[in-house]
Design a protein around this ligand. Structure first.
Ligand SMILES: Cc1cc2nc3c(=O)[nH]c(=O)nc-3n(C[C@H](O)[C@H](O)[C@H](O)COP(=O)(O)OP(=O)(O)OC[C@H]3O[C@@H](n4cnc5c(N)ncnc54)[C@H](O)[C@@H]3O)c2cc1C
Length: 373
């Protein structure tokens, strides 16, 4: 097997060329931190191309504190990425894409899209930047192993190995595995002693055979509403927005956000052993449909994975593992997720930036230290 072990290690190996991996590579290029990107699929950003039906809602133009508050769900605070978001708030993401020549469009509610409505514009902007910066990108190269060494890591693909001082795992979650996110990052993290919070489907439709829904299958209602109630009939959550009727049941932004809220609520209840029944009430087209203990569609169809690498084992100021020095995580591989509206791409970008800035600073600090000696 070919290896670069006889040479010096590369400063950073980025595993995964999705939203977090592309952003990480862009920040590394800006900071002149030598890096290599490994991508399992034939191209970068396969999932980003699918976002918002190919239109890419890349962030939400709201203040960082509001953004962070919106991440809370089901009694869970969801503020692990708060420091990362404060350093890369939505405004900076918007400015960043503008500076790459991407014209952007703002929806009245703050959701941001490329003005041409094409997710490919975002992926091409990253691709152009990385090519111009001469960042090596190895596609069709699933990483199959990660071995910590005295100095750095050996990153293994089937064809060759690479020696890297630091590694950023940006392999995504488990939703839409056809787009490359098959859970490899969870396996690497688990093998290196990290806890994985069991993955659940987030932002997904729920099943119901209610004829008021199924006879409207294929229809979309912009002014819908979804509410969550506990077993005692108390209103816990409400979200006004789009409701879609499907052959399997209900979907659309209002249902997605309510479903995400319930999944967080369920896992909090499991932790505290206080199990409660939850009901979903969905209003659309003059109807009000109630689903008790709703069953979400499978994780492979979900927009986001709830769960992943336990965040108490990762330093939120650096994204470095507390267990394995030099190992970093960013994006959906972590147990972080947000509602619909550009939150999840923003989380991927912000955590990626936080990791790479920390790696660059640590390296610069080490270089200064060496010079002093
Ligand atoms: C249909 C759909 C629509 C969405 N719409 C939006 C939206 O409009 N706005 C929003 O904010 N979010 C949206 N999301 C969510 C968002 O796309 C994800 O949260 C985000 O892409 C996560 O970024 P990531 O880099 O962590 O993971 P990903 O973007 O999934 O990237 C992970 C990458 O790692 C690669 N990889 C995996 N394992 C390996 C390995 N072993 N070796 C090398 N490479 C590997 C994968 O091939 C993949 O390219 C949507 C998701 C879906 C599925």
């Amino acid at each position: 097997m070919k290896t670069n072990l006889t040479h010096r290690p590369v400063a950073l190996a980025i595993i995964g060329g999705g939203a977090a991996g592309m952003f990480a590579a862009a920040v590394a290029a800006e900071r002149q931190l030598p890096c290599v990107v490994f991508e399992r699929k034939a191209r970068l950003g396969s999932k980003v191309l699918m976002t918002a039906n190919g239109r890419c809602n890349f962030t939400k133009d709201i203040p960082p504190d509001v953004f962070i508050r919106d991440l809370a769900a089901g009694g869970e605070r969801g503020d692990f990425a708060a420091a990362a978001i404060r350093e890369l708030p939505p405004r900076k993401i918007i400015q960043g894409f503008r500076s790459l020549g991407v014209a952007v469009r703002r929806q009245p509610d703050g959701r941001m899209f490329p003005a041409d409505g094409k997710a490919a514009t975002i992926v091409h902007a990253f691709g152009d930047l990385l090519r111009d910066s001469e960042v090596p990108i190895i596609v069709n190269a699933p990483v199959i192993g990660l071995q910590p060494q005295k100095n750095g890591f050996i990153v293994a693909t089937r064809a060759f190995t690479l020696w890297a001082e630091t590694v950023l795992v940006a392999t995504g979650g488990l939703s839409y595995p056809k787009l490359g996110s098959v859970g490899d990052g969870h396996d690497f993290a688990r093998a290196l002693g990290h806890r994985i919070i069991p993955p659940r489907a987030g932002l997904i439709g729920v099943e119901t055979a209610d004829p008021r829904v199924t006879r409207r299958a294929g229809r979309r209602f912009e002014n819908g509403c979804a509410r969550v109630f506990d077993g005692a009939g108390r209103l816990l959550y409400t979200y006004a927005g789009e409701v879609d009727c499907e052959t399997f049941g209900l979907s659309g932004a209002a249902v997605y956000n309510a479903e995400r809220w319930m999944e967080h609520g369920k896992r909090l209840a499991e932790r505290s052993s206080v199990l409660s029944t939850l009901s979903l009430e969905v209003e659309f087209d003059g109807e009000c449909v109630r689903v008790d203990n709703p069953v979400p569609r499978p994780l492979k169809e979900a927009i986001v994975t709830i769960g992943g690498v336990a965040t108490d084992e990762v330093d939120p100021e650096t994204m470095e593992s507390r267990r394995v020095p030099g190992l970093y995580f960013a994006g959906e591989v972590l147990d972080i997720d947000g509602p619909t509206g550009g939150y999840n791409l923003t989380l991927a970008f912000a955590t990626a930036r936080k990791a790479v800035v920390a790696i660059a600073q640590k390296r610069a600090g080490a270089a200064v230290g060496r010079r002093k000696i």
